[in-house]
Ligand binder design. Sequence first.
Ligand code: ATP
Ligand code: MG
Length: 225
Amino acid sequence: MLLKAVKLKKSFNSTWFKTGETPAVVDAGFSLNPGETIGIVGKSGAGKTTLGLMLAGVIKPDFGQIFYKGEDIWALTRRKRRRMQQHIQMIFQHPESTFNPKWKISRSLMEPCRLHKMPVSEDTIIKWAERVGLAEDVLYRYPMQLSGGELQRIAIARAMSISPAILVLDEPVSMLDTSTKAQIIRVIKKIQASTCAACIFISHDVDIARLICNRMYKLENHVLR
Ligand SMILES: Nc1ncnc2c1ncn2[C@@H]1O[C@H](COP(=O)(O)OP(=O)(O)OP(=O)(O)O)[C@@H](O)[C@H]1O
Ligand SMILES: [Mg+2]
């Protein structure tokens, strides 16, 4: 088993006019095998992004454990956890907020490799852009000069650049029009076919999730079923 979540719970502090904590995710548990794609579906506010952020190691659960290859990621030292995080990459719901607006796309694309001290060259990133169906010229533009669909494809290329074992995709197509959605779905299918990465596909759209997922979980009222 690649990833196992056990009884994950996360609440956020309430606003000034409410008392007590607001639960976002309650007792979520599931498993993910190498190479498979699971879906996490649910309505807006159900807790999907919160669950995704916990799985990617971005936020710490209040209770519960996440095991990556049998190791409890929050029991690791910070250094070991950072190294482990290289293997679980997340595509965020709003890709534009994950790019430095002052950096050309080429620099953003090279950043994960630089961070993890892996070799990367201009030729390599051109190949990555081609793999997600983009021409070389987008690499020399700034994020605001790309469309939402192009930026999402670059975000996928960037996440895959360090060959993660797991890709967490948080609503990767929700902001896009129908034909751009189809293009991104094709890119995800290509990744499924050409790499052994497992995917966690988060979506409010069950029909889209069905297109690419082997199994599905539903988040309802913050509870995963
Ligand atoms: N940082 C935060 N501080 C306070 N409350 C939060 C925070 N993040 C999320 N929440 C609350 O937790 C609940 C779950 O939010 P979350 O973003 O996980 O839902 P979601 O299923 O991803 O929704 P959507 O489909 O709209 O993206 C919501 O009620 C939200 O307001
Ligand atoms: Mg969300």
